[in-house]
Design a protein around this ligand. Structure first.
Ligand code: CP3
Length: 346
C-alpha cells in the first residue's frame, strides 16, 4: 500500500494509519508568514501572486521550508474560477473579494458562452505553478491541488462578496432555482476540468473546499453541496480512476456522513465542531483530516497543547491527517505554529 515516494499523506488517503499523523495546515501559505507578506507587498495584489507561477511557487514553498509540512497546497484561490469565466474578481485590501453580483439573465448568457478551453487557458499560470512546484518539493512531500465547491464559489458570485450567512445566495436559490442550478452545473464542470488538469500536471491529490456548506438545510445541502460535488468526483474519476479527493463541507455537522457516502470522496476534512465520537464514526469508512480550532493556534500555550493532544487522541486509532478545522489566521504567532508541529511529531 505504501506509495513509492514515501508521501505519508497519500498513504493515509489509502487508509493507512501512522503512529504520528502527517501534518499540513489549511492556508499554510499566507499572511501569518513575514516572508509571504514581503512577496505579497512586492507583487502589488493577491491575484498577481496567484497568476505568477514564480511567485506562487515561492509562497507555496515558504511553509514547507520553515516547518517541513508533509503536504504542500498549491497557492491560488477558489475565486480564480469565476475570474476564468469572465466574472472579474478583485481583492480589496482588508475587506476580501469583490465581484459584480451575477443576475439570473447573466447566468443564462454565461452558460451559453461557456468555452472550456478558454477557461482553462486563463488558468494556465496556476497549472504551471502545480508543475513547477512538484519539481521543487522534496520527494516525500505530497502536492495538493484544490478548487472551491460549486455552492461556495456561487455564494461569492451571487453576493459579490463574503457575507456572514450567505443569505443572498440562499434567497437566489429559492427565487431562481433553474438559473441557480445551471450556474452550479457550470461551476461543477469547469471545476472538474480544472482538477483533472491539476492532477495531470502533478498534483498527488485534490481538496474541494465547501466553506459555506453549514448555512444550508438538509434538502438544500443535498441539492447544492452533495450533488455538485458528486458530479465533480464522478467526472474526475471517469478521467483519472484512482484520483484521491478530500472533501471539506465545513459546518455540515450531522450531514458530514451523507456527504461522505453520497459524494464518494476519499477523505473528509473535519471542522473543529465535529465531536471525537462522530469523527471516529466517519473515520471508520475512510481517512479524516483535521480538526484543531485555529483560535487555539492564536492562543498558544495550554490551549494549544490541550487541543493538539485531544485531536491526536481522538483520531490516532485510524487514518488521520493532522490539520486545523479551518484555515490558519493571519494573527497566528510563528512560535505557536512551531510548537504545534513539534507536539504533533512528538
Ligand atoms: O495556503 C493555502 O491554503 C493555499 C491557498 C489558498 C488561499 N485561499 C489563499 C488566500 C486556499 C486553498 C484558499 C481557499 C479559499 N479562498 C477559500 C476556502 C477555504 C476557506 O478559507 O474557507 C475561500 C472561501 C476563499 C476565498 C477568499 N480568499 C476570501 C474570502 C479571502 C479574503 C479573506 C481572507 O482570508 O483574506 C481570500 C483571500 C486569500 N486567499 C488570501 C490568501 C493567502 C489573503 C489575501 C492576501 O494576501 O491579501
Amino acid at each position: 500500500m505504501d506509495n513509492p515516494n514515501g508521501r505519508k499523506v497519500m498513504d493515509v488517503l489509502e487508509g493507512k494509519k501512522f503512529e504520528r499523523p502527517p501534518i499540513w495546515l489549511m492556508r499554510q501559505a499566507g499572511r501569518y508568514l513575514p516572508e509571504y507578506r514581503e512577496v505579497r507587498k512586492q507583487a502589488g495584489s493577491f491575484l498577481q501572486v496567484c497568476y505568477n507561477p514564480e511567485l506562487a511557487i515561492e509562497v507555496s514553498m515558504q511553509p514547507i521550508r520553515r516547518f517541513g509540512f508533509d503536504a504542500s497546497i498549491l497557492f491560488s484561490d477558489i475565486l480564480v474560477i469565476p475570474d476564468a469565466l469572465g466574472r472579474e474578481v478583485r481583492f480589496v485590501e482588508g475587506e476580501g473579494p469583490r465581484l459584480e453580483p451575477i443576475t439570473a439573465d447573466e447566468i443564462g448568457s454565461l452558460v451559453k458562452a461557456y468555452d472550456a478551453e478558454k477557461a482553462l487557458k486563463h488558468l494556465k499560470p496556476v497549472l504551471a505553478t502545480v508543475e513547477g512546484l512538484r519539481g521543487e518539493l522534496p520527494n516525500e512531500t505530497t502536492l495538493l491541488g484544490f478548487c472551491g465547491a460549486p455552492w461556495t464559489v456561487a455564494t461569492y458570485m451571487i453576493a459579490g462578496r463574503g457575507t456572514p450567512d450567505q443569505a443572498p445566495a440562499r434567497l437566489f436559490s429559492y427565487s431562481n432555482p433553474k438559473a441557480f442550478g445551471q450556474l452550479l452545473d457550470l461551476l461543477s464542470d469547469v471545476s472538474a476540468d480544472y482538477l483533472i488538469a491539476q492532477l495531470k500536471k502533478g498534483a498527488d491529490a485534490v481538496q474541494i473546499f465547501d466553506s459555506w456548506s453549514g448555512v444550508l438545510g438538509e434538502v438544500d445541502f443535498e441539492r447544492w453541496c452533495v450533488a455538485p460535488v458528486k458530479r465533480i468526483v464522478d467526472r474526475v474519476r471517469a478521467e483519472i480512476p484512482n484520483a484521491k479527493i478530500i472533501g471539506f463541507p465545513k459546518g455540515a455537522a450531522g450531514l458530514y456522513e451523507d456527504y461522505r457516502q453520497k459524494t464518494g470522496v476519499d477523505a473528509l476534512s473535519l471542522d473543529w465542531t465535529i465531536t471525537s465520537k462522530f469523527g471516529r464514526l466517519l473515520q471508520s469508512s475512510g481517512a479524516v483530516q483535521g480538526n484543531l480550532d485555529p483560535m487555539r493556534v492564536v492562543a498558544g500555550g495550554d490551549a494549544l497543547i490541550e487541543g493538539v493532544d485531544d485531536v491526536l487522541e481522538a483520531f490516532g486509532g485510524g487514518p488521520h491527517i493532522f490539520n486545523l478545522g479551518h484555515g490558519i489566521t493571519p494573527q497566528a504567532p510563528l512560535e505557536n505554529v512551531e510548537l504545534l508541529v513539534k507536539r504533533v511529531r512528538g
